[in-house]
Design a protein around this ligand. Structure first.
Ligand code: WTA
Length: 701
């Protein structure tokens, strides 16, 4: 910890309590036609989910599922903060998302896969076909791979229908899947496979992106090698082929290790595998995410509570009915895709669209052609995608004949201007919008308006969702009152069914990261003493609409993807010429934030350009292309405190043309002006106010 005099900003407030000034936006109201048909249009629901009715209120979500055995205890708090939900209950997630819909919906599309190449037709997979295919894949996992309930499997795949099919096959057997976003490198996938102890990895040979085939299987060899270095032997790699009988990868298949799924499946045609009745508390999947430390952590989600929460929030907040065509543009490799492309929508027997490509290829009308062609009526995307679509095709939506009733924005704060374009142009003024705030850890939404019941307010996520009771605390554990105009750390006071169980293999870190900061009494078995620390800054005015300001830890939210500063810095430090590295967020008009890298070099290194290139390629191979920095700056030295801590806050201020504050107490104050001139030029510059998360960046060091 640096001493307070070294880190204190010029203004006299506690660090978490920076005052936030922004214009209050006007409310907009959902259209009567939407309200009439909405799943959640009875205001009495608010009563049912009042704190007095917690935790039993969550039965309402669990009852949307089929249970093989009913639970006896809704919430068990005996071992805080390791909450248990629907204890004693048994169910199977795959049965709930597939088998139980066959009686009424077998001929209805469960998934519609839309290839990126427009001349390749889309593929609808009915619930009956999904059932057949999931069973066959489950047979391969069990009988060909020898996998059992509780084993882990790492799935490194792009957006093709075989991804949810593989996930559901795992869920059918109680195999814990760990899906790694397709954009991650082989090395990143290998590290995650090792951490989860996966001996089977599942790949696709390739996919299309911006019109070009991408060789994806080529990352498998590195993944297997990195896993082995970490002590984890991967003995089988199953490879789905994007086009049957054709191989999109340049890398040869490794005999005895790599198998084409279409070949293996021939021996398992029409096989049926009974769904394994799972304990409500059995782990369903892991989803790795970045945090404060260098190593990504495996958020472990439970079977019963997770599915109940995904289904309940999908029904009430996404307004999904079995007759809807729902398209969420996120990637299944992130939590949004798990909860709101796969599990939530399928639990409700909806039709879920899976789009392989980018929304701007071959032109910016593509998303709206898809919407028109498939008659999509619920649309879900992120502020980054909204900004990108607005920039490249501001007038495109009007050219297409589609009608959304409901739209979601998720993943980052959205600026009111982008919100308004989304509302008026994409939604044509007819669709209701929900701005949903939540996290990988939380399984489902935490704040959102109830689409038919609450007015919308551009730029604010809104009130807490049903059964969630948040609070904003400052750094001194004092509650920041509503309407004070002060920001603080948003916490959730109570457990809820979607919250992760733990960090895979690291209970201690789970407690440390999320519960130690505001725990009132470590010996208490009362959930009221264990608020969940979300690591987001927030502010709440008198109307109770939470406005999320962004991360307060060292996580940079790049286009809605979480990247840990420490993770990026450790990658930079593997470049031999680099002596020291610091990564800070820089505002980007499309991606929200991007990483910017500052490094100092070891003595005697002269070719700076070469080092810059090495840094970029190292970030791409160790993490993935989406981690590419906006800039790499080679500087003579990094600003440091007297105790030797790198002052990332000062660098973030320089990158974003903000006030660097008082730097006189640094060990090397003169370097600040040197770096400033190098980045901003010699002349005077006009300083900007800068967004809240950038202002607060690095404050907890
Ligand atoms: C940010 C994505 C503002 C937030 C579901 C959070 C948001 C992080 C919103 C989690 C929103 C997510 N408004 N910020 N509606 N939704 N965030 O784990 O900083 O990939 O902590 O989960 O994204 O990102 P994650």
């Amino acid at each position: 910890m640096a001493s307070p005099s070294e880190t204190k900003p010029a203004v006299e407030t506690t660090e978490a309590q920076i005052a936030v000034h922004w214009r209050e936006e006007e409310y907009l109201h959902p259209a009567p036609a939407f309200i009439g048909q909405a799943n959640l249009n009875d205001p009495a629901v608010v009563e049912r989910f009042r704190e007095e009715n917690f935790p039993e209120c969550f039965r309402e979500y669990a009852e949307m599922l089929h249970w093989d055995r009913y639970w006896h205890t809704t919430l068990d708090t005996q071992n805080p903060p390791f909450w248990k939900w629907f204890v004693g209950g048994k169910l199977n997630v795959c049965y709930n998302c597939v088998d139980r819909h066959l009686a009424r919906h077998k001929n209805k599309a469960a998934l519609i896969f839309v290839p990126e190449l427009e001349d390749e037709p889309s593929v609808a997979v009915t619930y009956q076909e999904l059932y057949t295919r999931v069973n066959e894949v489950a047979a391969v996992l069990r009988d060909f791979c020898g996998l059992k309930t509780g084993d882990r499997v790492t799935i490194h795949m792009p957006m093709i229908a075989e991804l949810p099919i593989t996930m559901l096959a795992c869920a059918r057997l109680g195999i814990v899947h760990s899906v790694v976003f397709g954009g991650f490198s082989g090395e990143a996938a290998g590290l995650r496979a090792a951490d989860s102890g996966s001996r089977v990895m599942i790949y696709a040979d390739g996919y299309y992106r911006s019109g070009k085939p991408i060789d994806h299987k080529s990352s498998a060899d590195l993944a297997v090698e990195v896993a082995a270095q970490e002590g984890q032997k991967v003995d089988k790699v199953l490879v789905w082929r994007r086009h049957r009988g054709q191989y999109l990868s340049q890398k040869p298949m490794v005999a005895g290790r790599d198998y084409f799924m279409d070949d293996v499946l021939k021996d398992y045609a029409r096989r049926k595998v009974e769904p394994v009745s799972m304990d409500s508390e059995a782990p369903l999947f892991l989803m790795y995410t970045s945090g404060t430390t260098g190593k990504p952590k495996g958020c472990q989600h439970r079977t019963g509570g997770y599915l109940a929460y995904a289904a309940g929030t999908s029904k009430y907040y996404q307004d999904i009915h079995p007759t809807d065509v729902y398209w969420c543009m996120a990637d299944i490799g992130w939590i949004t895709g798990h909860s709101y492309i796969v599990y939530g929508p399928l639990a409700l027997a909806a039709t879920s669209v899976i789009f392989e490509g980018v929304p701007t290829y071959p032109d910016s009308g593509r998303p709206w052609r898809i919407a028109e062609q498939l008659d999509v009526n619920i649309f879900h995307t992120s502020p980054t995608a909204i900004r990108m679509m607005r920039k490249t095709g501001p007038d495109e939506p009007a050219k297409y004949n589609y009608h959304f009733k409901h739209m979601t924005t998720v993943g980052e704060p959205i600026e009111p201007e982008s919100w308004r374009w989304y509302y008026h142009v994409v939604g044509k003024g007819q669709a209701v919008i929900v701005d949903t705030w939540w996290q990988t850890e939380t399984g489902g939404f935490l704040c959102s308006t109830k689409p038919a019941l609450d007015p919308m307010k551009p730029g604010s996520a809104g009130p807490p969702v049903l059964g969630i009771y948040p609070v904003i605390y400052d750094e001194k554990n004092q509650e920041v009152p509503r309407g004070s105009g002060k920001a603080g750390n948003i916490c959730i006071r109570n457990p809820w069914p979607g919250i992760m169980q733990t960090i895979w293999g690291d209970n201690e870190r789970f407690v440390q990261q999320y519960y130690s900061k505001y725990c009132r009494d470590k010996n208490s078995k009362d959930w009221r003493d264990w608020p969940y620390f979300a690591a987001d800054g927030a502010v709440v005015p008198n109307d109770g609409y939470y406005r999320i300001l962004g991360r307060v830890d060292d996580v940079i939210n790049v286009a809605g993807h979480r990247l840990g500063t420490k993770e990026l810095e450790s990658a930079c430090l593997t470049v031999p010429a680099v002596a020291e590295a610091a990564v800070v967020p820089i505002v980007d008009e499309v991606k929200g934030r991007m990483p910017e890298v500052y490094v100092s070099l070891k003595p005697g290194v002269s070719d700076g350009k070469q080092v810059e290139k090495q840094i970029v390629s190292t970030l791409e191979t160790m993490i993935g292309k989406f981690a590419r920095p906006k800039g790499v700056h080679i500087v003579p030295d990094l600003p440091k405190t007297r105790s030797g801590k790198i002052m990332r806050r000062v660098l973030a201020a320089i990158s974003n043309t903000m006030d660097t504050g008082d730097v006189t107490t640094l060990a090397n104050p003169d370097i600040v002006e040197v770096i400033r001139k190098q980045i901003q030029g010699e002349g005077p510059v006009e300083l900007k106010e800068g967004p809240e998360d950038v202002k607060r960046f690095g404050e907890n060091e």
